[in-house]
Ligand binder design. Structure first.
Ligand SMILES: *Cc1c(COP(=O)(O)O)cnc(C)c1O
Length: 429
């Protein structure tokens, strides 16, 4: 049994001063029980905790570390930037370089604005879409997560056109009354919503591949239908690529799946592990943003030079070294291995994998929307999770998250992970 006594004590102390001992609830082991592991450092595909245990990391800080921890080019860029100062509140060359790189990489971007998190990106994109169209209604899908924006923290039931009931106290009904929640992968329901309310809809926001109810891949034609309906009804189509941007392909899910939205939100990988987000889109839309236009959006630390250096270095490695084919191959190998392990153990499972993101669902039905995902066997997942953790494999601590492979993972890491999964799953009932 792995000892994690220092972690346990540290979390106990953290709980005195921080709600739940964590600065983001996803880090608490709410879905699996037990205490979070307190991390000391990362190196490549490895994490080390404060008890000296080593783990193969499949979270990558929940997405950003597609290059693994402490990639030499990234560390060097940060050090260089630090020597010049940490923040100026004035334009720098690096932020334009970042904007240019993003616009070249991501098909839908003519212009882009940097912010400090994915939440800020989606919040701002929605404001811009509403300002641009002069309409109020936002359409989202149950199970898609767009950060903790008031108007988007609505999951609601699966009933057609459920009008937003906030999923958190502290959000006035008024904030969500213009949010329509639909079922992912349900084209008929989407068509009906646009038929009934099309002229009021400012925007449709979605994860073009979902990571936040576990990995859910859009069915054939679903994304194309979102594009077609938004064009027909002059609503703004927003792809939230905070997770999928630079993950599923250099140009994101939109490049891989060949559907171009009007606006895109980014985060995670573009900061390379620093707090960075971005939103952008067609020039015509982005020109409504202040100071060019009337829609206000601002940030004291936006475009921060150290964060830009970290993100830029990460993106340049992705651009110049193109690790995607190898990531694809390693990820397929891992997905097949985990599937076989579940099969051998006789457990009902679904494997959803695309590029370097995947989820092993303990479910007997293909997970194509939130109502199916909510039937996952989370008790079984908790046993699997803790078994893996105790053998040095660090998975996301929830059945409703994606795991990530990074360019720092080796074939050996993958083989070892599969081997451990076979052992662990054989003992899960
Ligand atoms: C992580 C995530 C967000 C929120 O980003 P934060 O940086 O945590 O605010 C938004 N949308 C998607 C799709 C995400 O995966």
């Amino acid at each position: 049994m792995m000892q994690r006594e220092n972690s346990r004590k540290q979390i106990e102390k953290a709980c005195q001063f921080i709600p739940g001992g964590v600065n983001s609830p996803a880090r608490a082991f709410g879905g699996v029980g037990g205490d979070p592991v307190v991390i000391d450092r990362g190196e490549g595909a490895r994490l080390y905790d404060i008890d000296g245990n080593e783990y193969i990391d499949y979270i990558g800080s929940w997405g950003p570390h597609i290059l693994g921890h402490r990639h030499p080019a990234v560390i060097e860029a940060i050090e260089k930037a630090l020597n010049k100062g940490t923040s100026f509140g004035a334009p720098t060359v690096q932020e334009t370089e970042m904007a240019e790189l993003l616009c070249e990489a991501v098909p839908s971007l003519d212009k882009v604005r940097m912010v400090n998190s994915g939440t800020e990106a989606t919040m701002s994109a929605i404001r811009v879409a509403r300002g641009f169209t002069g309409r109020d209604v936002v359409v989202k899908f149950a199970g898609c997560y767009h950060g903790h924006v008031d108007s988007l923290l609505v999951q609601a039931g699966s009933g057609a056109l459920t009008l937003g009931v906030p999923s958190s106290p502290g959000i006035p009904q008024g904030c969500t009354k213009d949010t329509i929640v639909l079922e992912y992968n349900n084209i008929e329901q989407l068509q009906q919503a646009f038929e009934e309310r099309g002229s009021e809809i400012a925007c449709l926001i979605l994860e073009p591949v979902v990571g936040n109810m576990g990995t859910v891949i859009p069915e054939k034609d679903f994304l194309h239908e979102t594009r077609r309906l938004c064009t027909e009804h002059e609503a703004v189509l927003i792809f939230d690529e905070v997770m999928t941007g630079f993950r599923l392909a250099y140009g994101g899910a939109q490049q891989r799946l060949e559907v171009t939205p009007d606006m895109t939100t980014l985060g995670k990988i573009i900061g390379g592990g620093m707090p960075v987000g971005a939103y952008g889109g067609r020039a015509e839309i982005m020109n409504v943003v202040s100071p060019t236009g009337p829609v206000y959006q601002a940030g004291t630390l936006s475009g921060n030079p150290v964060a830009m250096a970290c993100g830029l270095a990460t993106l340049k490695v992705l651009r110049d070294e193109n690790p995607y084919p190898e990531l694809e191959q390693l990820s397929e190998k891992l997905a097949n291995g985990l599937s076989e392990a579940a099969q051998k153990a006789g457990l009902p499972y679904q494997m959803a994998q695309i590029g370097s993101m995947m989820t092993l669902f303990f479910n007997d039905q293909p997970v194509k929307n939130f109502s199916i995902s909510s039937k996952n066997n989370t008790e079984r997942f908790a046993k699997y999770f803790h078994g893996m953790l105790d053998h040095g494999i660090y998975l996301p601590c929830s059945q409703f998250e994606a795991m990530f492979v990074s360019a720092a993972h080796s074939e050996e890491d993958i083989n070892r992970t599969i081997q451990i999964a076979e052992q662990v799953l054989a003992g899960v009932d």
